[in-house]
Design a protein around this ligand. Structure first.
Ligand code: WT7
Length: 654
């Protein structure tokens, strides 16, 4: 977040109380929330044990709640067995078999409704297809799919047989896909011929073929869903169409009863080194926080239609699309397409058409749609909405107010949910029927979540408005278990300070006079572009992998819609390119980064110089680069730099 934003939130003092009408119908009333907090405080383990008994159907009940003997590796409900897919689907069949589980809409406007019974049958058939291909408990399966119901079916099918899925977002490149397949040593890839976005076909199978031809020796089989219908190459003996894989398969499949700690999935996310890390999540602990947060934060009730706009390629699409809401028996919406196709009214048209009641999206989407004006939302009947949510980055008060007035018609509480891939589920968030909200604040910790702010020495900061490290001081059920194949990195990243006592979130935060949490930004070299996490080093590694580049430094500058925009400072092997040569090189490097990582990582701005500004000890002055990137005036003394002349070059003045 830029300094400008911080000042504006520091002065934010508007309060928004949920309406009596909302609270009257909400699952959690003020007294319920108080009781939950009290139980968690009095008996932390007992609290989570109760929740786990209440919200999960166990095959073998657990008797042990928390095992902290190997801290900071924590295990929950270790002697219990269960199955996530059973909990998301089968347990609803007795009284909700015909209820709609998934409403799907494609970009072209095609829709499908899938009942819980149908979902069960589809998941079982596909699970049986996986088994036929030799996939069994513990095998890794990479899913590289468009945002269609089959992506959820594939995830649920893996969960059903105890296979560990790893979703690679469809916007990532062939190289990223290959790296993730290789790191996970996946035995199978599930993909589609292509997806659609912005009226164009996303060539998923082409990218998959490229990935498979440059590595991925662990892959035995590829299952390909027909979606775009364009011509693709199918390799004999390796590739099978989805429809052929499920042909003749049984519509029942006994769930694999797995131990609570069995990994449910891996999800790669960026950190402060060049290589994304595979976050490992458990089965029962993960599902538990997914369920409790969907009930407490999204207040999901039997007649709700929940649309979380996240792609299943991100953690939000796991916890608030593919698993959590289904485990509560809700109806969810899945949309494959862009929010501005055919125009900027698409989301609001869908709200009207599907009578969506709970809507969860990212600040970047809100800001982007806000720019198109109020006429688009005003064209549609948004009266079905009763609750709004945001996630992924701090929301600026202006966007919050627009969401509140123009979309929520001042009727709907807004839950600004802070959490991470590693936390598995919401951590800091309002409770919609209870919490008085302040635009831009994610308010308070959920019951059973011990969140605090500490200084460099690990001492709790009690002073209002003083920033520090955001930490979680007690283990929680849905926390990351390890980094796939690199346990040391788990400890180094999340428990590097404070004698390993607290989980280090990687964000800085402050609490105001009323105890409200305000997220101030990352403390590491991680960028947040449109709510997506990207490591500066990841982009730098991609840039220096280009033959013309010797050195690169990546920082961000504030961006109106995306939150942060990527700015790369690049030193070339040959002379510094200028004029047309510079333009050509910029285009070349942007597409190169797109190939190396994916389109979301393409720098918005690339500048060339003869060198990077460094201190005499050789450290890159990142703070100075950020000032230059933002186009702000340099107030610090640059005369101590080893190479002062490059500053003017980077500013574009020489
Ligand atoms: C990082 C986690 C959690 C799903 C989406 C992103 C930032 C997330 C908020 C929020 C301010 C937020 C943090 C966090 N972040 N939500 N409500 N307010 N910042 O997951 O890719 O794991 O990124 O996103 O910096 O650490 P992720």
């Amino acid at each position: 977040m830029s300094d400008v934003d911080i000042k504006s939130v520091l002065t934010e003092n508007r309060l928004f109380k949920p309406s009596a009408e909302f609270t009257a119908k909400a699952r959690l009333k003020p007294d319920d929330l108080k009781a939950l907090h009290q139980q968690a405080e009095e008996d932390y383990e007992g609290f989570w044990a109760n929740q786990a008994r209440q919200h999960i159907d166990w095959h073998t009940p657990f008797t042990k709640t928390l095992d902290d003997s190997q801290a900071p590796h924590f295990k929950w409900f270790t002697d219990g067995t269960m199955n996530v897919s059973y909990n998301c689907i089968d347990r609803h069949l007795a009284n909700k078999a015909d209820k709609t589980a998934i409403i799907f809409e494609g970009e072209a406007g095609d829709t499908r409704h899938i009942s819980y019974q149908q979902l069960h049958d589809d998941v079982c058939q596909f699970a049986n297809a996986l088994k036929t291909k030799g996939i069994s408990k513990g095998d890794r399966v990479v899913i590289y799919m468009p945002m269609v119901p089959e992506a959820v079916i594939a995830m649920q099918a893996c969960a059903r047989i105890g296979a560990i899925h790893s979703i690679v977002f469809g916007g990532f490149s062939a190289d990223s896909l290959r790296d993730r397949i290789d790191d996970a040593q996946a035995a199978m890839l599930i993909t589609a011929d292509g997806g659609t976005r912005g009226g164009k076909i996303v060539g998923l199978k082409e990218a998959a073929d490229k990935a498979l031809s440059s590595g991925c020796d662990s892959i035995n089989d590829v299952i390909v869903l027909k979606r775009s219908g364009h011509d693709i190459n199918m390799q004999d003996g390796r590739d099978t169409w989805w429809s052929d894989a499920i042909a003749g398969q049984d519509k029942t499949c006994e769930p694999e009863w797995v131990e609570a700690e069995h990994p449910l999935f891996l999800l790669y996310t960026s950190g402060s080194t060049g290589k994304p890390k595979g976050i490992v999540h458990s089965s029962a602990g993960y599902l538990l926080n997914a369920v409790t947060s969907n009930l407490w934060v999204f207040d999901l009730q039997d007649d709700d239609i929940f649309w979380c706009t996240a792609d299943v390629g991100w953690i939000t699409g796991h916890t608030y699309v593919a698993y959590g809401p289904l485990a509560t028996g809700a109806s969810i919406v899945i949309f494959e397409g862009a929010p501005v196709i055919p125009d900027a009214g698409r989301f609001w048209k869908m709200v009207e058409q599907h009578k969506i009641t709970v809507f969860y999206t990212a600040p970047t989407a809100i800001r982007a749609l806000m720019k198109f004006g109020d006429d688009y939302p005003n064209k549609y009947d948004l009266s079905s909405l009763r609750l709004l949510g945001t996630v992924g980055e701090p929301i600026n008060p202006e966007a919050w107010m627009w969401y509140h007035t123009v979309i929520g018609k001042e009727r709907c509480p807004i839950v600004d949910t802070w959490w991470q891939t590693e936390t598995g589920a919401n951590v800091l968030t309002p409770i919609p029927g209870v919490t008085v909200t302040k635009p831009g604040s994610c308010t308070f910790a959920l019951p059973g979540m011990a969140v605090d702010i500490v200084n460099e020495e690990g001492e709790f900061i009690t002073e209002a408005n003083k920033g520090g490290y955001l930490v979680i001081t007690k283990p929680w059920p849905s926390m990351v278990r390890t980094v796939w194949g690199d346990d040391e990195r788990y400890i180094d990243t999340y428990f590097p300070k404070f004698d390993g006592k607290y989980y280090l979130a990687g964000d800085s935060a402050r609490r105001d006079e009323d105890g409200y949490f305000w997220i101030m930004g990352r403390i590491d070299d991680v960028l947040n572009v449109s709510g997506h996490r990207l490591g500066t080093m990841e982009i730098e590694s991609a840039l220096v992998a280009h033959e013309a580049v010797v050195e690169a430094a990546v920082v961000s500058r504030p961006h109106e819609v995306k939150g942060e925009a990527i700015v790369a400072f690049v030193i070339c092997k040959e002379d510094r390119p200028v004029g047309e040569d510079a333009e050509k090189m910029v285009a070349e490097l942007r597409s190169w980064v797109g190939e190396q990582i994916g389109a979301i990582a393409k720098p918005d701005d690339i500048r060339f110089a003869d060198g990077l500004p460094k201190t005499r000890s050789g450290k890159i002055m990142r703070r100075l680069l950020r000032t230059i990137a933002a186009g702000e005036e340099i107030t610090s003394d640059t005369s101590t730099l080893e190479n002062e002349a490059v500053v003017a070059q980077l500013q574009g003045e020489a």
